[in-house]
Design a protein around this ligand. Sequence first.
Ligand code: GLY
Ligand code: MN
Ligand code: MN
Length: 425
Amino acid sequence: MHDLQGKELEARRKEVFKQMKENSIAIFFSGVSKVSSEDEYLPFCVNKNFFYLTNIEQEHSALMMIKAIGEKSTYLFVDPYDELKEKWTGKRISFESAGLISDVKNVYSTENFETMVKLALTDDNNHYGQIDCVYLDLSSPEQKLKDNFFMNDFAMKLKVDHPNKEIVDIYPSLRDLRMIKSPLEVQNITKAIEATNSGISYVLRHLKSGMAEHVFADYFEMYGRLHDRTKLAFSTIVAAGKNATCLHYPTQNDVTKDSDLVLFDLGYRHKQYCADISRTFPISGKFVGLQAKVYEAVLTTNKAVIKYAKPGLLLKDLQDFAIETLKNECLRLGLMTEDDDIRNYYYHGVSHHLGLDTHDVAVKDRPLQIGNVITVEPGLYFAKFGIGVRIEDNVLITEDGAMNLSKNIVKEMDEIERLMASRNV
Ligand code: GLY
Ligand code: MN
Ligand code: MN
């Protein structure tokens, strides 16, 4: 393969090589599944930095990049064919397809991994000369899983076996690369958003009072599975009425009432890239009384922040602007008085980076750059009125400002009401 994806993988690895010192080696692992019981594992989540450089989603794989004087070599390691394993847990990729998916020519069995590392780290091994420095992905979010044996144990073993080698964390380089999305990455995020839009439309067609909150999440998840988009970007949040004032409301067992607003925060993945969308709908099909006022305040803020966002601003600038706009809107609409603190009704951030992770890797106090993809997600949460509203879009930062990638997902009050009037309930 040397299509667009192949070229892009090559360019990403080239960037990593550029950041490495001469006479160094970088090693990345895909990770392993966590055990959930004696013969079962939790669903596997690939290490995103490994995936970013290889496009490989299979566990127990590794990438080794060697930068020796005058020579750069890249090796991919995947598990060998194992008939019995395949009988239990299905097909694994062959060396040939691993090479095609990753655009790495040198694909070896993981059985050779330790020997090859040892060879590379043996001083004056005649092939690579002397390697002085080993780069490992030491502080990516996945590292918080302390039982991810590959990365942590490997680093410790390395210190014992090769005490004279410098070990350097390569995570910051990968984070910086991942913060700027390529057109291909933006396309993948957009596809995840489009699929999420279809999932939301499907849920809306079934939205009626008397159903427990989790049923709406079940509909969203089932639609995804039926359309080959099996993976969620994160656990679906569905919260009705006052429950929506709990940001990550977990239980979802309450039965919805006609008078409820229901807050949805959900998204699918496409090729690992995430959508992260929030919308709030009236179960009755009509926004009434205070619901309309709270919704208007949040919608005005959502649109204002999207208009405001541009290269050079900090996420904190967007947050300050959101707080100010929400405050003014709440005062204008009589939702609070001058004595009230808006932070009692808005208690989260307005933006985070989005990509291979829903809360994607980022330097939070770095000014926005062209190619960043972020969320814009103001909300208002009035427990005393039993109303929580969040409206979350996903935007690309361009030289002209923010381009709303989720603009096709219904959010104007009259559009929502029209759509809900056409439900078959
Ligand atoms: N879905 C989590 C968030 O919006 O940040
Ligand atoms: Mn969200
Ligand atoms: Mn979000």
